[in-house]
Design a protein around this ligand. Structure first.
Ligand code: LLP
Length: 439
């Protein structure tokens, strides 16, 4: 069994997280249930921050809230001194509801609406990461109409192919995100923004992809950006205060994954930027990063109750649980791999290889293929590890199944932070047919 954070097997032989028995949690809150190990989130946040502090570099570690956004989670991020990356009006609204300091919020997105930009300006957030010319023009007009300035980062696409799944690759040239660094787009955007009376170009941003296990891509991105910055410094006398190298640091979903410790990425990034500025006699910019998955991914475990099973003779045995692609769409969407144990007897001997199916009416609703497990039945609880990032945040109501609740655990205590959706919640926005449409 892979051990994440404070996870262990307790005296009852049950899986325990944050000093709390998962069997007890399932009994009290029901299943499916997302359980977050708060100590592990804190540990990750501190590891990123301390790495920068040890290197004596001005920095910001922004939590990419798309990985898991809820009021309590954002309050925890704030408690840990993180900044925040939001990508929609909804994420910004959640941040404001959580009382997150506006100055520490950065707004991303490749198609922010006028309403979203107005909301960001009204909230006085720290900066807007401008993605394209359409947004540049719109933001300029909105600021002019309000007679106010705003800090911006320009998102550039450095033309790097990080080794990860195609859908979560973002830094390559053929991408919907950002101003292309190589073909002059980024330079045109910079000139336009520098000429603006309303936009203060605080820096540049890039994000090369997600679930990345090596530092080479980040180093290369820093190199490519510094090359251009050197040129722009000479041409326009501009040098950014901030260089934001995005998120994307990999985590261990299964024993086949070998992620680097957070500090390692930070050190390699800082080393390269320092080298580049020294070589080019430029000032050292602040380095910002925005990890999502690496802060919360390994901290999340989903508990399910085991239900029906089906044997396909000589082929496989399916074991179904009470959740699936509603609470974790990643296996169906990205062929993502997970590991799991029986939470009520994690050390029991594995007797067979089974495939874990969800309960949705769709053959692709599988959580894990070919998992070694003891013979499991309806008294058993399945704990799927590493579901803390893009699990709850990508949860949906397919088949009108309510979303599971979220519980935080720490130091032997548990706290419900997101309630289970109810059937009433599901029909909250539905309206009755008043006039038969045929009449
Ligand atoms: N910054 C930007 C601009 C991003 O686009 C992303 C993720 C992040 C930061 C955070 O990346 P992280 O550290 O979490 O890898 N739904 C997919 C992941 C999509 C990531 C999108 N952008 C998944 O479940 O794997």
């Amino acid at each position: 069994m892979n051990h994440y954070g404070t996870m262990k097997v307790n005296a009852q032989g049950h899986l325990e997280i944050g000093g709390v028995d998962t069997v007890d949690l399932a009994a009290r809150y029901g299943t499916p249930l997302y359980v977050y190990d708060v100590a592990l989130i804190r540990q990750r946040a501190r590891a990123f921050k301390e790495a920068f502090q040890n290197l004596g570099v001005k920095s910001r570690v922004a939590y990419a809230s798309k990985a898991f956004s809820s009021i309590a989670m954002l309050q925890l991020a704030n408690e840990e001194g993180l900044s925040l990356d939001v990508v929609s009006g909804g994420e910004l609204y959640t941040a404001m509801a959580a009382g997150f300091p506006a100055e520490k919020i950065h707004f991303h997105g490749n198609n922010k609406s006028r309403e979203e930009l107005e909301m960001a300006l009204d909230a006085n957030i720290g900066c807007i990461v401008v993605d394209n010319f359409y947004e540049l023009g719109m933001l300029e007009n909105l600021c002019a109409a309000r007679n106010r300035k705003i800090r911006v980062l320009l998102r550039v696409t450095p033309g790097i192919e990080a080794h990860t799944h195609d859908y979560i690759l973002t830094g390559q040239e053929d991408s919907k995100f950002g101003f292309d660094l190589q073909n002059g787009q980024a330079e045109t955007a910079l000139k336009q923004a520098l000429d603006s009376k309303w936009l203060k170009v605080h820096g540049l941003h890039c994000h090369i992809g997600s679930q990345i296990f090596e530092t080479a891509g980040f180093v290369l991105a820093a190199q490519k950006i510094m090359e251009k910055l050197d040129k722009w410094h000479k041409l326009y006398g501009y040098f950014p205060q901030v260089l934001n190298l995005g998120g994307g640091f990999g985590i261990r979903y299964t024993s086949e994954d070998n992620p680097l410790p957070p500090g390692y990425y930070v050190t390699e990034i800082v080393k390269e930027v320092k080298h580049q500025v020294n070589m080019r006699r430029l000032p050292m910019p602040e380095i910002w990063i925005e990890p999502g998955r690496s802060l919360v991914g390994e901290a999340g475990t989903t508990l399910y109750s085991v239900g029906s099973s089906k044997e396909v003779p000589n082929v496989r045995k399916y074991i179904a649980v009470d959740g699936g692609m509603i609470d974790n769409i990643r296996p169906a969407l990205y062929d993502a791999k997970y590991e799991a144990v029986l939470a009520n007897r994690p050390l029991a001997k594995c007797e067979e290889t089974v495939s874990i199916a969800g309960k949705c009416c769709e053959s692709g609703d599988m959580l894990i293929w070919d998992l070694p497990l003891p013979k499991a039945g309806s008294d058993d609880l399945l704990a799927v590890f590493c579901t803390g990032a893009y699990g709850y945040s990508m949860a949906n109501n397919y088949n009108r199944i309510p979303r599971p609740p979220v519980v935080f655990v720490e130091n032997g205590k548990d706290e419900l932070v997101v309630k289970r959706e109810t059937y009433e919640d599901l029909i909250r926005n539905d309206l009755h047919l008043r006039v038969p449409l045929a009449e």
